[in-house]
Design a protein around this ligand. Structure first.
Ligand code: B16
Ligand code: MG
Length: 222
């Protein structure tokens, strides 16, 4: 029986994936190369320093650890300049209605706990900017984990903090690495995006606008 929903942040609740792309591209451009939207897909759910390593490898650039830390800090500042402009209007379509349905399900005798499972160290700030900090029973962010997705650590910690079993969880993810993390954690993986990209997901919808809590639970528990 499903007892908990674990939500990724970037690309599921808010579209900060676009801000990461802009800030990393700006950094790559400053080093004299560029990268595509397709390559950016492979960075979703991957930690800041691991993302930097992948981008530098793509550009064929080798740097000292000190310089890498400087670049990561610069990218994060460019990213935060965009995050600081966020408001509740930046919550993705369908999210608020879906969260209201979770509350309703609880009132009708089907309580569902919710957790955030993000590898972003900026997750608490983003939740605060868009007014979603108060809705979670547990928040696992980049400061609480040692391995980024596709390692299942972020979701296993979420389940543990909610006191539920992995098989009682549904993970909501837009990233290939996040879907893999959910499956490695023995959880149902709901993909938000394209089935051509999220090939390992158990079910894929284009956005939360295209799903109700009742439909999801009956699809999973059937
Ligand atoms: P930060 P998620 C991930 O968040 C992003 O998808 C990924 O692009 C980013 O590099 C990572 O957070 C670290 O973010 O630099 O803010 O610590 O998708 O797990 O919510
Ligand atoms: Mg994401």
């Amino acid at each position: 029986m499903i007892k908990a929903f674990l939500f990724d942040l970037d690309g599921v609740l808010v579209d900060t994936a676009v801000f990461h792309y802009q800030a990393w591209r700006r950094m790559a451009n400053s080093l004299g190369f560029d990268f595509t939207h397709e390559f950016n897909e492979t960075l979703k759910g991957v930690s800041r320093m691991d993302s930097l390593d992948r981008i530098l490898a793509l550009g064929g650039v080798t740097l000292t650890d000190e310089r890498k830390l400087e670049l990561a800090a610069q990218k994060n500042q460019w990213y935060l300049d965009l995050v600081n402009e966020m408001t509740p209007a930046d919550i993705l379509p369908g999210v608020n209605a879906f969260l209201a349905q979770i509350k309703q399900a609880g009132e009708q005798g089907q309580p569902i706990k919710i957790a955030l499972g993000s590898v972003s160290k900026n997750a608490p700030l983003i939740l605060d900017r868009v007014g979603l900090s108060h809705i979670f029973d547990a928040i696992i962010d980049g400061s609480k984990i040692t391995h980024s997705k596709p390692d299942p650590e972020v979701f296993l910690k979420g389940a543990a903090e909610l006191n539920v079993l992995p098989e009682e969880c549904i993970v909501f993810e837009d990233a290939v690495a996040g879907i893999e993390a959910a499956k490695r954690g023995n959880m149902f993986a709901l993909g938000i995006g394209s089935p051509d990209v999220l090939t390992q997901a158990d079910l894929v919808v284009p956005s939360l606008e295209h799903l109700t809590v009742t439909e999801l639970l009956s699809a999973v528990e059937r």
